[in-house]
Ligand binder design. Structure first.
Ligand code: PEP
Ligand code: MN
Length: 275
């Protein structure tokens, strides 16, 4: 790929390590990002943060939500940011949240540890430039109709604007999977991206599948193909969630998954040479 420069392995052969609060991602450091799709109220986010605080590394929670329908819950906005930060600091977890527009970047960057650019905004170039011009790390999700080249070029925008703390996230693409999965999780993107770029690559099996009972096998598969971590949606009462309940794990299920991922990571790290 000729058109990528700063994100390419040719330009920088060694893995980039992205630091989010006190958590490292990349260069052999794996991180589990977990939390609800949306911050709904104080009790909800505090309860989830407490229950996952010893097995997740970073707490997620949407305050500004990119919903397909304008009539769906749009997030708590600034109040959601405040509650997310309170939950993270109460239980020692750095926090990540999505920004939808340039207008939200400064406010969010002043409070959270990492800014997320969602799939629907992967090619919002003004937004990419804006998050590139500030210093908080960025989680850049692949658009669901975007090629890997386009994802890398979107990351290039952020690096070109001055911010090299970028984590890429495969979160599923549109194919012809029908109604059994929400998207098709493109796990081949992980080793391909890691060959082409020094940036860390994580996988979101929650949005990638849309079904909670597919999250565990695909999270494991993600680590097995070399992902630097996973992002998993967790909710204490998925049936009552204001967004993405069907793909959310209950906290105890996430805890069990994290333990299994730790064991898998140990195996992968201990392995010398090929399988
Ligand atoms: C999210 O992570 O909350 C989200 C909206 O994901 P995506 O942008 O991948 O759809
Ligand atoms: Mn979601």
């Amino acid at each position: 790929m000729e058109s990528i420069r700063l994100v390419s392995r040719e330009y920088k052969p060694e893995d980039t390590v992205v630091t989010v609060g006190n958590v490292k991602i990349g260069g052999g450091h794996r991180a589990y990002i977990a939390g609800p799709c949306s911050v709904e109220d104080e009790g909800q986010i505090l309860e989830i943060a407490e229950l996952i605080s010893d097995c997740a590394h970073i707490l997620r929670g949407g305050a500004f939500k990119p919903r397909t329908s304008p009539y769906s819950f749009q997030g708590l906005g600034e109040e959601g940011l405040r509650l997310l930060v309170k939950a993270g600091s109460s239980f020692g977890l750095p926090v990540v949240t999505e920004v939808l527009s340039e207008a939200e970047v400064e406010l969010a960057a002043a409070h959270v540890d990492m800014l997320q650019i969602g799939a629907r905004n992967m090619q919002n170039y003004a937004l990419l430039k804006k998050v590139g011009a500030q210093s908080k790390p960025v989680l850049l999700k692949r658009g669901f109709a975007a090629t890997m080249e386009e994802l890398l070029l979107s990351a290039e925008y952020i690096l070109a604007a001055g911010n090299s703390q970028v984590v890429l996230c495969e979160r599923g693409i549109r194919t012809f999977s029908g109604s059994l999965t929400r998207f098709t999780l493109d796990l081949s993107a992980v080793p391909i991206l890691k060959q082409l770029t020094h940036l860390p690559v994580i996988v979101d099996p929650s949005h990638g599948t849309g079904r909670w009972n597919l999250v565990e096998p695909l999270a494991k598969a993600a680590l097995a193909v070399g992902a630097d971590g996973v992002m998993v949606e967790v909710h204490s009462h998925p049936q009552e969630a204001l967004s993405d309940g069907p793909q959310s794990l209950k906290p105890d299920k996430f805890r069990a998954l994290a333990a299994e991922l730790n064991a898998l990571a140990q195996f992968l790290d201990g392995r010398s040479g090929g399988i």
